[in-house]
Design a protein around this ligand. Structure first.
Ligand code: 5AD
Ligand code: SF4
Length: 473
C-alpha cells in the first residue's frame, strides 16, 4: 500500500524528468484479466482528466475488458475524480455512496477511484474508514501501473492503494482510446509549479514536466494520418511549456511546429497570463490553423486579491495583455475563469472584478465561489465574508458575464463561419452540432455526410450559450 502525502507532493525536486517509452507493459496473462468482463468509467473535472480517462479506457481494453455505458451492468467501475472544488469531491463521494448496494448484490464487482482525489490523504483516509467496499485507489502518477494494481486488487480481495506523491516521470507508451474521431487532446506537459494559493493542482498533479517536442509532433502526425481535424494541446499552464527542458524551446516554438504539420485546427488550454509572450501572440496571428480562441483566466480584478492569490500580475497588466491579444488577432474570442469570495474579498475588491469584466466583455466565463482545499495556503486564511454574500456576488457576476456572452454571440448573426461538425446535436434530434474556430457551439441544419468536416455555416439564430445555423457549402 502506497498512500498519498500532500506535504511530500508540495516538494519540487531538482531532478530532471525521465522520459520512459517502455514503462507501460502487460504480460500475456494480464491480457486476459478482463476477458468476458465489462467496465464503466465516470470522469469528473478538466480536459486533463478526460484525457487520462481515454488512456485508462485503452489500458482496460488491453486487459480485455469491454466498455458499457450503464454502471449497473459493469464488472468494474472506476471513478476518475477531480479535486478542484468541494462540489467535485461531493459528487464523487455521492456516486460512491450509490455504488455500495451494487456490491451487496454482486460480490465480484470491483470498484476503484483514481484521478486527483486519489492524491489527497484526507480522501484516501475517508475511503479506508467509511467506504470499505472500495477495491482499488490509484493516483495520477500511477496510471501506467493500472494492470498490476487491478490484478492485485482482484487477487487479494482487499483494498489496493498505489498513489505516488513525488512527481512521476513522463510515460510515452500509454495506449489511448479517444472519445472523438475528429478532435484529439494531446498532453504537452504535466503538473504545475505556479502554486496559486487557492489551488490544489500543483499537489495532485506534481511538478511541471514538459513532453519532448518530437513526441508531441509525432502524435500530431499520427492523428493527421487517422483523419483528425483538430488537436487541443493540454497543460495546466501551457505557456510555461519547455521551461523545464534543457533546450531553448518554448510554447511559441511548439505552436509554430504544430502549425507547420498542417493539422486544420489547433487549440491550447490553459494559459496563465504570466507566461503569455509576444512571440506566442505573433505565432497565433501568423498561422491560420491556430484557432483565434484563448482561455485566459483572470481569477480576480482586485490587485489586493490577486496578490493574496499569488497570481503574479496586476489588474492593469492583465488588461494590457488582453488588449494586446485583441488588437493583434482579428476575430479572437477570449474566455476566462473568475473566483468570487476569496477569503476577505471586500465589496470594493468584487467591484474591481466587475470592472475588468465590463472592460473585457469576455466571450464567456467560468465563475466559481472560492472553495477551501485542505493543504493549500488559502485554506488557512481567515475569512469574514458570509456564504450569502459570496452567493450574491456570484449571481451578480453571472448576470454580467451572461450579458456579454450574448452580446458576443449577437455579432455572429447573419455571418458565415467555419464549423467542425462533430455529430448529432444532443438537444435537437435532427440537428448536427459543432464548434466555430472561435469555440462557439453551433447547432446546424444539414446533411449527416458533413460529420467530421469543417464546413461553412450561416448563423441564423442566437442564444446565450449557443447559436443555430445552416450549412452553406
Ligand atoms: N476554489 C474555487 N475555484 C477554484 N479554481 C481552482 N481552485 C479553486 C478553488 N479552490 C478555479 C480557477 C481555475 C479553474 C480551473 O478552477 O478559476 O482557473
Ligand atoms: Fe492552479 Fe494556478 Fe497552476 Fe492554474 S496556474 S493549475 S490555478 S496553481
Amino acid at each position: 500500500m502506497i498512500t498519498p502525502n500532500l506535504i511530500e507532493a508540495k516538494k519540487r525536486s531538482q531532478r530532471k524528468s525521465i522520459v520512459k517509452d517502455a514503462e507501460y507493459k502487460i504480460t500475456n496473462e494480464l491480457k486476459q484479466l478482463g476477458k468476458g468482463k465489462t467496465y464503466f468509467i465516470k470522469t469528473y473535472g478538466c480536459q486533463m482528466n478526460e484525457h487520462d480517462g481515454e488512456n485508462i479506457k485503452a489500458i482496460l481494453e488491453d486487459l480485455s475488458f469491454k466498455e458499457v455505458d450503464n454502471y449497473e451492468k459493469a464488472d468494474l467501475i472506476l471513478l476518475n475524480t477531480c479535486s478542484i472544488r468541494e462540489n467535485a469531491h461531493n459528487k464523487a463521494f455521492g456516486m460512491l455512496g450509490r455504488l455500495k448496494h451494487l456490491k451487496q448484490t454482486n460480490e465480484n464487482l470491483i470498484i476503484g477511484l483514481c484521478g486527483c482525489m486519489a492524491q489527497e490523504e484526507v480522501v484516501v483516509q475517508e475511503i479506508m474508514d467509511k467506504y470499505k467496499f472500495v477495491d482499488l485507489v490509484f493516483g495520477t502518477h500511477n496510471i501506467h501501473h493500472l494492470p498490476q494494481i487491478l490484478n492485485e486488487a482482484i487477487k487479494k480481495k482487499e483494498l489496493e492503494v498505489e498513489v505516488m506523491s513525488i512527481e512521476g516521470d513522463i510515460i510515452e507508451n500509454l495506449p489511448v482510446k479517444r472519445d472523438s474521431k475528429y478532435k484529439a487532446w494531446i498532453n504537452i506537459m504535466y503538473g504545475c509549479d505556479k502554486f496559486c494559493t487557492y489551488c490544489i493542482v500543483p499537489y495532485t498533479r506534481g511538478k511541471q514536466r514538459s513532453r519532448k517536442n518530437v513526441h508531441i509532433l509525432k502524435e500530431v502526425e499520427d492523428l493527421i494520418k487517422q483523419g483528425y481535424k483538430e488537436v487541443t494541446l493540454l497543460g495546466q499552464n501551457v505557456n510555461a511549456y519547455g521551461k523545464d527542458l534543457d533546450e531553448d524551446y518554448r510554447m511559441e516554438n511548439l505552436l509554430e511546429d504544430v502549425a507547420k504539420t498542417k493539422i486544420p485546427r489547433i487549440r491550447f488550454v490553459t494559459s496563465h497570463p504570466w507566461d503569455f509572450t509576444d512571440q506566442m501572440i505573433n505565432v497565433i496571428k501568423k498561422y491560420d490553423n491556430i484557432m483565434p480562441y484563448i482561455h485566459l483566466p483572470l481569477q480576480s480584478g482586485s490587485n489586493r486579491i490577486l496578490k493574496l492569490m499569488g497570481r503574479r500580475y496586476t489588474k492593469e497588466e492583465y488588461l494590457t495583455l488582453f488588449n494586446k491579444i485583441k488588437e493583434a488577432i482579428p476575430n479572437v474570442s477570449i474566455t476566462t475563469d473568475i473566483i468570487v469570495g476569496f477569503p476577505n474579498e471586500t465589496e470594493e475588491d468584487f467591484l474591481q472584478t466587475l470592472d475588468v469584466v465590463n472592460k473585457c466583455q469576455f466571450d464567456s466565463a467560468f465563475t466559481f465561489i472560492f472553495s477551501k482545499r485542505v493543504g493549500t495556503p488559502a485554506a488557512k486564511m481567515k475569512d469574514n465574508v458570509s456564504m450569502d454574500e459570496k452567493n450574491q456576488r456570484l449571481q451578480k457576476l453571472n448576470e454580467v458575464v451572461n450579458h456579454y456572452a450574448r452580446v458576443a454571440n449577437e455579432k455572429y448573426l447573419g455571418r458565415i463561419v467555419p464549423v467542425l461538425i462533430e455529430g448529432y446535436s444532443k438537444k435537437e434530434d435532427d440537428m448536427l452540432m459543432g464548434y466555430t474556430d472561435t469555440m462557439k457551439l453551433v447547432n446546424v441544419k444539414g446533411d449527416s455526410k458533413y460529420i467530421g468536416q469543417i464546413v461553412q455555416v450561416k448563423i441564423e439564430d442566437i442564444k446565450t450559450w449557443s447559436m443555430d445555423g445552416s450549412i452553406v457549402n
